[in-house]
Design a protein around this ligand. Sequence first.
Ligand code: IMP
Length: 424
Amino acid sequence: MVGTQWGDEGKGRFTDLLSKGSSMVVRYQGGHNAGHTIVVNGQSYALQLIPSGVVWDHVTCVIGNGVVIDPLVLLAELDGLVARGVDAFDRLVVSGNAHLILPYHQQLDALTERHLGKNKLGTTKRGIGPAYADKAQRVGIRVQDLLDSRIFKEKLSLVLKEKNAVLTRVYNRLPIDLDDLVERYLGEVAPRVGPLVGDSVNVVHDALAGGQEVLLEGAQATFLDLDHGTYPFVTSSNPVAGGACTGAGIGPRDISRVVGVAKAYVTRVGAGPFPTELTGTDEGELMVDRGHEFGTNTGRRRRPGWFDAVMLRHAVRLNSLSEVALTKLDVLDAFSSVKVCVAYEVRGRRVDHLPYHQSDLHDAVPVYEELPGWGTDLTDATEVHQLAGRARDYVDFLAEQVGVPIHLVGVGPGREQYVDLGVG
Ligand code: IMP
């Protein structure tokens, strides 16, 4: 399951749905910058780190090596689920190779953003970028290090020397105390996280070898991808389908189906280019209002815009999508007409593909096709015949523009609020 836009497409709700037929769900990148919302029987679950299959008790949840983990958030999330009757302690496997997000990562994330001033990225300030940077710089601390107190102390002491120099001399902040951190993480965190740590790669391969269905869950989305997104306004991992291979420890041939989740319109949080953005318009307000477009995680208002088929066609390529799952179609019920961006005009020239040069993307003016609205409430639609007329025309138009079938269509946040159009 991959996001095809800038995140917040509603991946969680379809991951939950498809988990019904899977025995394992693996998160392969990102961290608690994600916010996946699932609504089951009127109960809403907001997940950040734990795979969205967790509400099904037959599902084994795996947090893969590609994820960055704040263990305090992980434990709080697990405890919160237990309090609501979902006990995942015995069916969660956390990769020992996943990297830890520690307090200095979060502090540096916030400080760097402040330092950037008007050029800030608008990160979630969860320490994601600094944690992945440490991983690439080979000074990261991994989950498995929690299991060896000597190694943990040694690595932390080394890394804190540099972090504290930056905190105190560059940012004029207080240093972080090594002993405090060691005591907290080895004393309180390690005993609780330790039993969850496992050989996630072989757990996944054993499931595959046993013929089980394994669902790989991406966080964020294609255009927030470190390599393929609108750099630098991206996250620090690879949400694209290829990232599932590195982040879970499988090969491309292990993947048989790639579902791209797209919202029936587009939103973006944080800074960065957004060709179909609706700024200061009633239509944009209506989208935000009807779609409750405020972050599950940071509460920030999302920037709204029309569906961008140019981006989606690129997402099909980047992820080798086999199909699209469309979410939030019901949000558009109230619109008298709907627009779809089918191409861009860049300085007077029409282009049908996403320009590789970001200056061109900044200058891209959407070429729209306008379709009539459907004027009906779709939130009760569950059968194909209930998604008819102009609403179906809109879905079919998107599928034609994007070039792969639209299989599932979400018409509300509830687990059962969707229409299955079948693939092909
Ligand atoms: P970071 O991932 O916190 O470093 O933030 C980098 C960019 O990705 C910012 O624009 C964030 O708003 C965006 N971002 C990160 N996670 C999500 C998400 O789950 N949904 C939507 N945007 C996200």
